[in-house]
Design a protein around this ligand. Sequence first.
Ligand SMILES: [Fe+2]
Ligand SMILES: [Fe+2]
Length: 326
Amino acid sequence: LEKGPGKKNEFEYVSYPILKVFPEQSLPGDLYLFLNGHFVKYKTKDDNISQQKFELFVLQKVQYVFVTKQDAPAYKSWSDRLSGQVKEELITGVGQENVGVVEQHLEVRDEYLSFVSKEVTEESVKEVLTKTRNFIQTIKEKHNADKFTAKLLSYSQHVADHSTNVANLSVFLALNTGYSQQLILENIYLGGLLHDFGKTKIDPKVLEEPQTSKKYQTAIRKHPELGKTSLLLDSGFSEEVLRIVGEHHERQDGTGYPKGIKGSKIYDLTKIISIANVFDNLVMASQGEIKGRQIKAFRVLESDQGKMFDPKILGKCLRSMERVII
Ligand SMILES: [Fe+2]
Ligand SMILES: [Fe+2]
């Protein structure tokens, strides 16, 4: 870290929400952190914040960074422009007449980010539930509802995108495997959105360790249970959602974690979320054009042979993905 301005009051600083910072994008002005009672320059104009660092800030519940009063307008138009771009891309996918779907999707996405960056309260749970309900209601009213959710996927390595991708993809798969009730779809969406919530409860320092290290592996295996228990404390979430969170790494053949349950012991809705989760992880982990990455991920799922997934459910999911996503 660079030392901040020496003279007191050389600049006036204003707070800027971390959630309005776009990682991997060149910053419109210097950025400061408030550490031990001092403003410390963290990034210089035109630098950027890496994805990984950004996520650590969110997970460490850093809510604000600071900019000089002079740079504040530039920061505002910077984040307006970038969030506008994200919105435009999504609108292109679903069509101008469905701008409302995109807006509601982005509302849940923002809500999710603010949910993980604050302490969980009755209030914040209520917000997530309401936004989810509204989103599912809107989706359900659409003709070809499943296609909308399939078009709201975005691949950015961002924790919020993984969560909303899994949520949307799970709803897409659920609609195609015979579920259509509002409440069930809400549970599926929430299960997808919150499946990795337990990761936000792991010491961020451990998450910075190499993924192959013992320390990392041990910590990461706890995230389903951690997610379930920490969401349970502040309930408001249904038992179904908690079950999905706790079970999403179980496998059909019993080699998953934390409990190693298999087959029919795994909740049917969890099975859908697991497929969506693995698909999104595979797509994010590979390189190149999005279509090619999706096809590669699809092939991996296709070759599963009852190890990770319930073959019956997987078969239906693959058929629907074949039609719309890949
Ligand atoms: Fe997970
Ligand atoms: Fe995940």
